[in-house]
Design a protein. Structure first.
Ligand code: SF4
Length: 212
């Protein structure tokens, strides 16, 4: 039987996957340098806003720690709160389909939310919660340094750009966040409720494919 071939690329991809899961600090001595896994540990302890009292798990985010493309949603839902992972329910399946449309898989991108803890009853994030939590998102983007950011829904867009826009006004319009191209599209949960909008999201994925 042939032994599997281990190439430098295989090792690199394996290390990246470990970093995305937050276990790089067990493998590398990072000294004082902030890393995604150190940030993850910090966020897991966070009790800055009232959502800490009702969450089951902190949902930090996951994926390739050096992803060229980062998706940012608004907050964990019930399933995400239970599993501690972003976009794992029905909306997550649709997000996977959107990512496949670009020719990528979930492991090729990074996925996270503005809020790292679930708002009870899946209500919208409150202004104070976004203000307190957004610095973790800013830090994640600073560490990953993606080539493109895709925001899902209005909350992620408004938080990153410090504006108050409706998604139907800004969807598909390319802009920048701190110099990085940012393309806003619909949140998969919105698409599940408004299937007549799915074609617009497909168009956005095509745009992302061309930009990558
Ligand atoms: S939502 Fe954010 S700010 Fe609030 S407790 Fe969770 S991690 Fe901390």
């Amino acid at each position: 039987m042939n032994e599997p071939t281990i190439t430098p690329r295989t090792v690199r991809n394996f290390m990246r996957a470990l970093q995305g899961m937050g276990v790089d600090s067990y493998l590398f001595d990072e000294g004082d340098r902030m890393t995604l896994s150190k940030l993850r540990k910090e966020v897991r302890q966070c009790r800055k806003c009232p959502l800490a009292a009702t969450r089951r798990n902190v949902v930090f985010g996951e994926g390739d720690a050096r992803a060229r493309l980062v998706f940012v949603g608004e907050a964990p839902g019930e399933e995400e709160d239970m599993q501690g992972r972003p976009f794992v329910g029905r909306a997550g399946k649709l997000l996977d389909q959107l990512i496949e449309r670009i020719g990528l898989g979930r492991g090729d991108v990074y996925v996270c939310n503005v809020l790292k803890c679930r708002p009870p009853g899946n209500r919208d994030p409150e202004e104070q919660e976004r203000e307190l939590c957004k610095h973790y998102l800013f830090a994640q983007l600073e560490l990953i340094k993606p080539k493109i950011i895709c925001t899902l829904g209005r909350h992620a867009y408004n938080t990153l750009l410090g504006v108050d826009e409706r998604i139907t006004r800004i969807r598909g319009v390319l802009t920048t966040y701190r110099g990085t191209p940012l393309l806003p599209t619909y949140h998969p949960s919105f698409l599940l409720r408004n299937q007549n909008r799915v074609n617009e999201a497909w168009d956005d994925m095509e745009k992302l494919r061309q930009l990558l």
